[in-house]
Design a protein around this ligand. Sequence first.
Ligand SMILES: Nc1ncnc2c1ncn2[C@@H]1O[C@H](COP(=O)(O)OP(=O)(O)OP(=O)(O)O)[C@@H](O)[C@H]1O
Ligand SMILES: [Mg+2]
Length: 252
Amino acid sequence: MLGNASYERDRCITGIRGLDEILRGGIPYGSATLVAGTCGSGKTTLGMEFLMNGAKSGEACAHFSATEPSVKLLENIRQYSFFDMTTVDRGLINVFDMDVLFSWLGLDKSTFTLDDIDAMVKAITDIVNTIGVTRLVIDSVTSLCYKIPNEQLIRDFLFKLGKSLSTLGCTTLLIAEITSVGGTAHRSAFGVEEAIADGIIVLGDVERMGNLLRYLQVVKMRGTDHSRAKYALEITRSGVMLTPMLKWGVSQ
Ligand SMILES: Nc1ncnc2c1ncn2[C@@H]1O[C@H](COP(=O)(O)OP(=O)(O)OP(=O)(O)O)[C@@H](O)[C@H]1O
Ligand SMILES: [Mg+2]
């Protein structure tokens, strides 16, 4: 089919209201997408809703938590009506603490060597392979990168991770923490994540009349056409919702 103008890569439907339309059908299967956002911009909620929508159709999903303990994460996320706790009990949503994983691997250290990175990538891909995970969220990849001493090793880590997960047919969201998304600001903390990732979705804030509003923008997504406009992102009890930004003027 390659070379045929009508060829389109199969999509992983995120199920997030508005996002699949922005992506013209969803994320191309097996992609590693950087979800780069400021604090409180909705990264974890979006990631969990993405997993939950897969779990609801019977997919095995995994969340690697490096920024908050999994117990606390589940306590917060179960407040949302989209979250069905039975998917955890049924083994469809699998939540792992990176701290625990590091202890298992004997990686309780502040700086990783190339061997340590390889061990981490192998541990993650082994879990994905064993459980048959098709949707994965790493929250956050930034906190893992802080343990990696230089840009070349960060590149190696992300490249190897993305390649192994793609080979396993796993669609991955790599959550990244950024401090500012205004103007020409970096879309990643280390400046290398954005080049390695197949897609970049930025979550940021804009202040309007003293109100801090959230937005989402798809900066790149290899393998598909997509909108590059900013969309208003609302977090409601039922999850994330994206609407064209023009509506902000009406509702405010
Ligand atoms: N039930 C809810 N209904 C509506 N909004 C909520 C609800 N629960 C949390 N929020 C909003 O979601 C925000 C947190 O979202 P989330 O944890 O997904 O962001 P994040 O980008 O992962 O944050 P962090 O930078 O701390 O990791 C809260 O600050 C709050 O504004
Ligand atoms: Mg978070």
